[in-house]
Structure formats: structure tokens, C-alpha cells
Design a protein around this ligand. Structure first.
Ligand code: ATP
Ligand code: MG
Length: 748
């Protein structure tokens, strides 16, 4: 089947129709792996090459920055480098870019800070404390999630206050009002604000709206099923209707209601189910052929998702043939499960059937990665965790970023409080309280308060002097920012002058070495950022500290997926949520236990269980050729052993497509209560495996090899088991003290 137009080649007729559709809104709705994302990418290329759309007229929204990068790359391959200036980004990145031009309309400066979830929690905690709220009765996290939900529904503090139904909601409203005021004072927005404030700009300022409306003639959204109300309204405002005097933009959204997995963040399937009602002149295209997976994998996924009620039945099929059966495995413990996965990856590699780089391991919660990490580390099997112990959530990284954020925005109070005494410089709580009282009394900002701290009544002299030194240091560093010095140079200056570096370097705690490496890594990230080719920068972007901070603030989990040659051969580990939209030839779906997946907190609600089932559907449909499904008979959580029955989703997979390699002590089809009883009677002492140390055993004089430092000789050993440490001489790198449990060393 040859097509005259190369831009429509390699597409089936339904996909071609979607790519070349012109005019009214278009909804592409289809199951996993049916080429929705491919349609979106081709459509962008088609708009540019065949319909005369300019790159700046196109706004494409993807779910992760990683997906955006890939899409841009694909379009560039198809139509050339003009595609580079196109806006392909996540909702959040697009909003930041828009707000950098428009935020002043709402009383922010255009260099506003972006607070991530941890920053916002910190600020909420401060606010709750000021309101004298009992943190046991009113956990800050709960405020955070309720405020976030409100923002996702586009409810501002005043709206929320008016709508409050009971005393608890009144309290939330009080916190919300002050929290929001403090954000504005700090010239900062949290993640939810980015969407909400953009909507406000578009709704309140017709000239701003007209500007973006006339610019973006095409709006395309991937993973539409995971948009929340605020994002939905944002799209609607950008696209417009026939009624408001300007032709609406062409809208194309693609999604799959069966893959909606962000209900807990306010995503609503309603947006996709009612698209046709919201946009009466919309066309719909259905795709039914799956190009990703074998029929066995699809049959398993279809059988599971069919259990959800009230969904539109889809007929998803594959031409790939049945392929290998799924492999099931019941491990005794989570540790054995990880061993099985590791052995299987090795054996597939030895047989030439798959490579580590083709392989992904999925689990329900971040913490589950740890066991896999330990097993893989000891086996010397390279891996990469996407998300999880997220680099940007590590304390030392956040400390350094906080310095940079203050340097870029002196009103950023949360960051300023974070670093004022980090590293320790003798500025205690009492001194800060004096400054706080002084600033409240004089109605000045925290930064101004610090500048004038000597006037603050009761301030301890020593602390006052330290604050003075800190302020002078920051002012000196700020000169670099104003001179538009490269971010990496600023980072080096901060590392040196703040004392962050010397504190860690002089420590004998082996963990501090890792922390130093993380700081160096951030320096490397900034250099990478500076090396970006000019043509990749948007028209209003420049290399700057603010630009760097923006990039960092918006890195989503999926951005850490390995790329390029040097990472080939690396197993990828990630949560099921992060796996959305991706595909891998070999997939291990692990921790298939009731209580883990589905998660125990979803047991009581049918809707929540259905969302978990959609997550299972997402996981199963990531696999192209090989799919392993495993569970552990017991697993320790918070240090105590837990016997979880098999996941109910296992029972939903038809017997004909799965082969069980190991059934464990009990059959996976036994009822949960039976399993529990039988395990209690016959289980081995559960801690036996758990107690065994995961550290490698070394003796003085032995030779080892370390991933970073190379060859070395053990000169001393201290501690036992998981706490054992070795002092190793690495020649040119000198002597290092390493905690053996984590150290990437191997005995020679
Ligand atoms: P998901 O729901 O998981 O996001 P999707 O519907 O977006 O999946 P894609 O990722 O676009 O699906 O496509 C799945 C795979 O099938 C990709 O490897 C893609 O290149 C391939 N593919 C899509 N359409 C075709 C086609 N017409 N011919 C051959 N391969 C195709
Ligand atoms: Mg997709």
C-alpha cells in the first residue's frame, strides 16, 4: 500500500483521516498502542508541510517534558529544523512561558519563583503554625491536597471560603487565604497556580487573550484523559468558540478513557467522555489496531480492563500474532522477586532474546525500587530509577537550589528560610523569631527584615552578626546574577562561598560523599543546560539563572529516562504512573499483591479500584514482546513482614495466555483468606532473609573495584552487617570511607 503523500505513509486509513482532518475540533479516542501519539506527531508535521501552518502557530501539549522532547525531535525529522521553535511542552511548561510574559498583570514580577510540592508544604506548615492549628488534628499534607484540589477546580481562596460547608472547610479556607497571600508576597507560584493563573490572565485580560488566540491557530493535546478541570478550561480559553469574534483555533485531542490514572490529582474522564457535548461540531476518529504488543499481551490487558463498569467497549486487536505467553512468578519474598527479575534479565541477555536496555521494571510505589536497586547493584547489573529517590528531592540539591532561587528572587521567603542557617552559622530559631516580629511590626519583607536585623528588638548579638555576614554574602553573589554570568559559574561561587561544599568535604560520614557528588551533578546539569544549541531556545528564552531554575523546576519524572549510547544496556525502573505513553520490548510487572497493587487505600471505593485497574491496563500494555508478572508471598513494609494475597488483577488474566513458572507455596488462584491462613501456618520465619545483611563482606588487604574510583585496597573495616564500613585506598583518589551496603564496589 503506497501513499502518494509521504507524510501519510505508515498510517492506516483512520490515522490518515485524523492527520489530514481540517476544520472543527477533532477527538481521537483509542486503546493503548494504537498510534495516537504517532497521529499527533504526524499531524503537526502535516500542518506545517501541507497546510502552511507556521511553527509559532502550533501549541502541542504532552504529559512529560520527555515526551515533548521526543515529539519535537520526530517532527524535526519530518519537516526540518524550523520545527524547533514550536511550543511542544507540558501544560506546566507552556503556562510558565506564557506567565513569564504576563504575570505582571496579576501583581507578580515576571521572574516569579516556582514552588514544588515540598516547598508548598513547607509554607503551608508555617501558615498553619501561625494560625495555632494543632498539626495532629490538621496535618499540613491534608491542607495541601485540599488546596490543590480547589485550585484544580479553579476555586480561589475567596471562592473556597464562600463555598465552605463545614467547620473543617472553614479552617482550610483560612489556611488557603493566608497561604495564597504569602505566595504572592514571595513572588512565587505553586504548580497548580501555573495553570490557574494562566486561566485568570486569559479570562480577565481580553487583549492578552486575543494575542495568544491569534498566535496559536492549532492546539493539540496528548493524553487528554488526564486533564483536570483547570486544564480543560485553559484549553477552551485558548481555542475559543465561534461566538467571540475571532475564528477558533483548530483543536485536536487524543486519549484513552481506559488509561485515566490521575483521578487523585483531579483529572476527570468527563473531559474525554463529553468532548462531543462540549464541542458540538467535533469529529471523532476511532483507532482499533494495536501496533505495539503481541496478541497474548493484548488479550491479558483487554480481559483485565473489561472488568470496569460503564466503559465504552473497544475492540483492540493486533497483527503481531500470539507471541510468547506471559510468564507468571510467585516469589517467597520481595527479595527473591528481585533476584528472579535480575536472573531472568541476565538469561534473556545470554540467550540473545532481549537486552537490559530493552527492559523495564514497573511497580506501584516508589519505595519498591529499593530492593531491586540493592539486588542489581550487588549483581553489577546497571539500572536507572526514573523518579523514586528523585535527584531534585534530595536535601543537598534542594539546599543549593534554594540559594539559587533566592539569588534570582530575593522575595522568595521559603527558600530564604531554608538556607539562612544551612550550613550552620549560629542563626537560631530565637533570632529568626525576632526578625519575624520586626518584619510583621514594620510590614516589610523577610529579606528586608534580615537586612535590618540589628534594629530588631532582642536579637542576640552573635546571631545578628551572622545574619549580617549572610546578607553581605548574598548581595555579593547577587552581583554575579545581575551581570548575567553563566549559571554554572554562579553555582560554583555559591558552593564555595556558602560553605555548603566545605561542610560536606570535611565530613567523615560516607553519605556526605554521595551528597557532594549530587552537588557536582547539579553543576553538571547547569553546564548541560548552557550547552544547549541556540536554535533550541524559544524566541523569548536566553541562557540565564532564571532560565536554568525554570528548567529544573519543571523536570518531570520521565525526564530521567536514559538516552543515547552511554546508557544503552541499562534496565529502567519506574512506577506505573510514570510508565504512561512509553513502550518496552520486555516488561516486568512486579508486586502484584492485593494491598500493594491494588493499593490498600483504594479497597473501600469502587471508583478507586477501577482507577487501579486502569493503571494495571497501562502497565500491561507497555510491553511489546515479553511480559512477566510477579508477586511476593511476603514483603516487609516499615520493617514488619506482611503477607499479601495475590492481586485480584491476576485472577482477571485468562489462563490460556499466561504460564506460571513458580506457583509459590500457594496457587495464585486461591482466595485471599485461604492464602493468608496457609501462609501463617507454613511460612518460614519471615525475617530470616530480611535480616541477612546486604553489604558485601570485605577483609583488610583485599583488592576491590569501585564504579567511580577504580581499583583500591581495603585498609580498615569497621561496623558489622548493614552498618559495615570499609576504608579503601584508591591510589590517586586517596582513601575513602564507604558504607558497604550502598557502595558500588566489587571484590576482585
Ligand atoms: P498509548 O495509549 O500507550 O499512549 P498510543 O496510542 O499513543 O499508545 P503510539 O505510541 O503512537 O500509540 O504507537 C504505538 C506503537 O505503534 C509505536 O511504536 C508506533 O510507532 C507504532 N505504530 C503506530 N501506528 C502505526 C502504523 N500505522 N504502522 C506501524 N506502526 C505503527
Ligand atoms: Mg501515546
Amino acid at each position: 500500500m503506497t501513499n502518494p503523500d509521504p507524510l501519510l505513509e505508515g498510517l492506516n486509513p483512520a490515522q490518515q483521516a485524523a492527520v489530514s482532518h481540517a476544520g472543527g475540533p477533532l477527538l481521537v479516542i483509542a486503546g493503548a498502542g494504537s498510534g495516537k501519539t504517532r497521529v499527533l506527531t504526524r499531524r503537526i508535521a502535516y500542518l506545517m508541510a501541507r497546510r502552511g501552518a507556521a511553527a509559532y502557530e502550533i501549541l502541542a501539549i504532552t504529559f512529560t517534558n520527555k515526551a515533548a522532547g521526543e515529539m519535537k525531535e520526530r517532527v524535526t525529522e519530518l519537516v526540518g529544523p524550523i520545527a524547533k521553535s514550536m511550543w511542544v511542552s507540558t501544560f506546566h511548561s507552556a503556562c510558565v512561558r506564557l506567565l513569564r510574559q504576563e504575570a505582571s498583570r496579576l501583581g507578580y514580577s515576571n521572574s516569579f519563583s516556582i514552588y514544588d510540592s515540598a516547598d508548598s508544604l513547607r509554607l503551608i506548615t508555617i501558615v498553619a503554625k501561625e494560625l495555632n492549628l494543632d498539626s495532629k488534628r490538621y496535618p499540613a499534607r491534608q491542607f495541601q491536597s485540599m488546596i490543590s484540589n480547589a485550585k484544580n477546580e479553579l476555586l480561589g481562596p475567596q471562592d473556597y471560603l464562600l463555598a465552605a460547608q463545614n467547620q473543617f472547610e472553614q479552617v482550610v479556607a483560612d489556611v488557603y487565604v493566608i497561604y495564597q497571600r504569602r505566595l504572592v508576597q514571595a513572588n512565587a507560584m505553586d504548580f497548580d497556580d501555573l495553570i490557574l493563573k494562566t486561566v485568570q490572565v486569559l479570562q480577565q485580560f481580553p487583549e492578552a487573550k486575543a494575542r495568544f488566540r491569534s498566535r496559536f491557530r492549532h492546539v493539540l493535546v496528548d493524553e487528554y484523559q488526564d486533564t483536570n478541570h483547570a486544564q480543560y478550561i485553559l484549553v477552551r480559553e485558548l481555542v475559543g468558540t465561534d461566538l467571540d469574534g475571532m475564528p477558533p483555533a483548530e483543536l485536536c485531542v487524543v486519549g484513552d478513557a481506559d488509561q485515566s490514572i490521575y483521578g487523585f490529582r483531579g483529572a476527570t474522564i468527563r473531559n474525554i467522555l463529553q468532548f462531543e457535548l462540549d464541542y458540538p461540531n467535533a469529529s471523532t476518529v476511532l483507532l482499533e489496531q494495536n501496533y505495539r504488543s503481541t496478541q497474548n499481551i493484548l488479550s491479558a490487558a483487554n480481559a483485565v480492563i473489561t472488568r470496569n463498569e460503564g466503559r465504552k467497549e473497544k475492540n483492540l486487536w493486533s497483527e503481531e500474532g500470539p507471541g510468547a505467553p506471559l510468564i507468571g512468578y510467585v516469589a517467597e519474598s520481595e527479595h527473591d522477586e528481585a533476584e528472579f527479575v535480575k536472573d531472568e534479565i541476565r538469561s534473556l541477555q545470554n540467550k540473545g532474546e532481549s537486552t537490559p536496555g530493552n527492559t523495564a521494571i514497573f511497580y506501584r510505589t516508589n519505595a519498591q525500587s529499593r530492593v531491586f536497586e540493592e539486588v542489581f547493584m550487588r549483581a553489577g547489573l546497571p539500572y536507572k530509577v526514573v523518579g523514586g529517590l528523585r535527584f531534585y528531592e534530595r536535601k543537598e540539591v534542594k539546599d543549593l537550589l534554594a540559594y539559587l532561587r533566592v539569588l534570582s528572587n530575593l522575595s522568595d521567603e521559603v527558600s530564604l528560610r531554608r538556607i539562612i542557617n544551612v550550613p550552620k552559622r549560629g542563626i537560631g530559631d530565637r533570632a529568626i523569631e525576632c526578625v519575624d516580629l520586626f518584619t510583621q511590626h514594620n510590614e516589610i519583607s523577610f529579606w528586608s527584615g534580615l537586612n535590618r536585623c540589628m534594629e530588631a528588638p532582642g536579637i542576640p548579638t552573635r546571631a545578628g552578626q551572622s545574619i549580617g555576614d549572610f546578607v553581605s554574602m548574598m548581595i555579593a553573589l547577587r552581583v554575579l546574577v545581575e551581570a548575567k554570568v553563566r549559571p554554572s559559574v554562579i553555582i560554583e561561587a555559591v558552593l564555595e562561598q556558602s560553605g555548603l561544599m566545605s561542610e560536606l568535604a570535611s565530613s567523615s560520614d560516607p553519605q556526605d560523599e554521595v551528597r557532594l557528588e549530587n552537588l557536582q551533578e547539579l553543576l553538571a546539569v547547569s553546564m548541560e543546560y548552557e550547552e544547549r544549541p541556540i536554535e533550541e531556545l524559544g524566541e523569548d528564552e536566553e541562557i540565564s539563572l532564571a532560565g536554568f531554575l525554570e528548567k529544573v523546576a519543571l523536570v518531570a519524572d520521565a525526564d530521567e529516562i536514559p538516552e543515547g549510547e552511554e546508557h544503552e544496556g541499562v534496565v529502567t525502573m519506574m512506577t506505573l504512573h510514570t510508565a504512561k505513553g512509553l513502550e518496552f520490548p520486555t516488561v516486568f510487572l512486579t508486586g502484584m499483591e492485593d494491598g500493594i497493587f491494588p493499593h490498600s487505600r483504594t479497597f473501600d471505593s469502587k471508583e478507586d479500584i477501577e482507577e487501579e485497574r486502569r493503571l494495571a491496563y497501562v502497565g500491561l500494555t507497555r510491553a511489546q514482546k515479553r511480559l512477566y508478572i510477579s508477586r511476593a508471598e511476603y514483603r516487609s513494609s516499615w520493617g514488619a513482614p506482611n503477607y499479601n494475597p495475590p492481586s485480584r488483577f491476576l485472577d482477571e488474566i485468562p489462563e490460556g495466555v499466561i504460564e506460571w513458572r513458580n506457583l509459590g507455596g500457594t496457587s495464585p488462584s486461591l482466595s485471599p483468606s485461604l492464602v493468608r491462613k496457609s501462609r501463617v501456618l507454613s511460612a518460614p520465619p519471615p525475617r530470616a532473609t530480611g535480616k541477612k545483611s546486604n553489604a558485601i563482606e570485605l577483609a583488610v588487604g583485599e583488592r576491590v573495584s569501585h564504579d567511580t574510583f577504580g581499583l583500591g585496597t581495603v585498609v580498615a573495616i569497621a561496623g558489622v552487617g548493614d552498618k559495615s564500613e570499609a576504608t579503601i585506598n584508591f591510589g590517586q583518589y586517596g582513601e575513602k570511607r564507604l558504607l558497604l551496603r550502598y557502595a558500588p564496589v566489587e571484590k576482585l
